[in-house]
Write a protein that binds this ligand. Structure first.
Ligand code: FAD
Ligand code: DHB
Length: 404
């Protein structure tokens, strides 16, 4: 950030220090482009917010190619498949065999955010935490401005060449696009996820997605010592009505495999929360000199772990587009939105498909129950159907390998 006669100046003003904003700032720095990130929460809050945990191999390669994979390569856990459980049976889908060797990596979003913040600060990057009153303005000029109040109550205005709206679903950037200039497609689901982080080794070698008459359950993990588990609950459930033992009992019931000897290990609950489920796409992802990336432009229900991967894929496209734009070539910036939306809609469909196949819809009739079971049986018995799931889960389209 430069100061000219008291006015602040940067090339790219970035709103939001989630994975999208922080990674974009890093990718721009690698191209010699100056940015300032403003974030309404504290650094500690951003680093502790429990969210996603599964990275597509393309996301891992993006982090590796941009020099961010030191800890990820040491601590990330490679997974070559998942289990689908329904009707009292657990079936393994072998992604490596189905996709010619592709895998996913379990590495928590909290760790990616910690790695990104540490790298930005070590490289002299500017990230202002605890800001308030973020406003973006003059978006159709070639000098858009970013205003905010810092943690000490001082007001600032930064003149930028471009603004990146990486401020998540509840941010201000998307709302700065005039009504009528964007199209929104949205679906709310009649259930939520109750998620826990538990200080207990995972009871499984691969993630288990379980369809059960009491509702969906997912067994994931964060490390060989810490488990992450989710339960489908009604959208109006309050977390206070779910003491830890009630959660473990319900998880035990939904993952139960009678006669198999398998058991769900229980342990202290470190964190718990309820997340609503929604599909949402706002297009186009650009307005003048404002570019939206990640949850600011699109949300998927978490089943299938696409949200974080989409955020990273957006900024992988945005960084070179902004580099070209700042050199006077607008072609990549003009195609940014369309380039991202193809992947976004594929992930939106996949997440919707996984969600509706695996959850219990309140009030659903026997017809819907049979259709879900038929689909699940098809996925675990047809190589073509299993390959479709595996190809989407590991990331479609696959990110091309780096050249040179
Ligand atoms: P975010 O991570 O939301 O980052 C946006 C940042 O902008 C935040 O730090 C926010 O504080 C900041 N901000 C907002 N408004 C302003 C403002 N006015 N001024 C300055 N800063 C602002 N995905 C999965 O794949 N699997 C999961 O299990 C999963 N669980 C989730 C649970 C929850 C509760 C939520 C909300 C999301 C979950 N997701 C999950 C989705 C995934 O975490 C997101 O897709 C991912 O965080 C997107 O990254 P982002 O950088 O676009 O947005
Ligand atoms: C996780 C979340 C998901 O939504 C998913 O499909 C798989 C794993 C997780 O948080 O680990």
């Amino acid at each position: 950030m430069k100061r000219t006669n008291g006015a602040m100046r940067t090339q790219v003003g970035i709103v939001g220090a989630g994975p999208a904003g922080l990674l974009l700032s890093h990718l721009l720095a690698l191209r010699g482009i100056d940015s300032v990130v403003v974030e309404s929460r504290s650094r500690a809050y951003c680093e502790a917010r429990q969210r996603a945990g599964v990275l597509e191999d393309g996301s891992v390669r993006l982090l590796r190619e941009s020099g961010l994979s030191g800890r990820l390569d040491r601590e990330g856990l490679k997974h070559g498949g998942i289990y689908l459980q329904f009707d009292g049976e657990r079936h393994h889908l072998d992604f490596r065999a189905l996709t010619g060797g592709r895998t996913v990596t379990v590495y928590a979003q909290t760790e990616i955010v910690k790695d990104l913040i540490a790298q930005r600060l070590a490289d002299g990057g500017v990230v202002h935490f605890d800001v308030s009153d973020t406003v973006i303005d003059q978006l159709t000029s070639d000098r858009p401005v970013l205003r905010y109040t810092d943690a000490g109550g001082n007001k600032h205005e930064i003149t930028c060449d471009v603004i990146a709206g990486c401020d998540g679903f509840h941010g201000v950037c998307r709302l700065s696009i005039p009504a009528g200039l964007s199209t929104v497609r949205e679906r709310e689901y009649p259930y939520s996820w109750l998620g826990i982080l538990a200080d207990v080794p995972p009871s499984t070698d691969e993630l288990i997605y379980a369809h059960h008459r009491s509702g969906f359950a997912l067994h994931s993990l964060r490390s060989l010592a810490v488990s992450r588990l989710y339960l489908q609950v009604d959208p109006d459930e309050a977390i206070d009505d779910w003491p830890d033992q009630r959660i473990w009992d319900e998880l035990g019931c939904r993952f139960d495999l009678p006669g198999s000897g398998w058991e769900l290990k229980q342990g202290p609950v470190l964190d718990k929360g309820i997340t609503p489920m929604r599909s949402f796409v706002s297009a186009p992802m650009r307005y003048g000199r404002l570019f939206l990336a990640g949850d600011a432009a699109h949300i998927v229900p978490p089943t299938g772990a696409k949200g974080l991967n989409l955020a990273m894929a957006d900024v992988d496209v945005l960084a070179p587009a902004l580099e070209a734009l700042l050199k006077g070539d607008e072609r990549l910036a003009d195609s940014y939105s369309a380039a991202c939306l193809g992947r976004v809609w594929r992930a939106t469909h996949f997440s919707w498909w996984m969600t509706t196949m695996l959850h219990q819809t309140p009030g659903a009739d026997a017809m819907e129950a049979e259709l879900q079971l038929s689909q699940l049986r098809y996925v675990v018995s047809s190589r073509a159907a299993a390959t479709s799931l595996a190809e989407n889960y590991t990331g479609y389209p696959a990110r091309p390998a780096a050249t040179g």
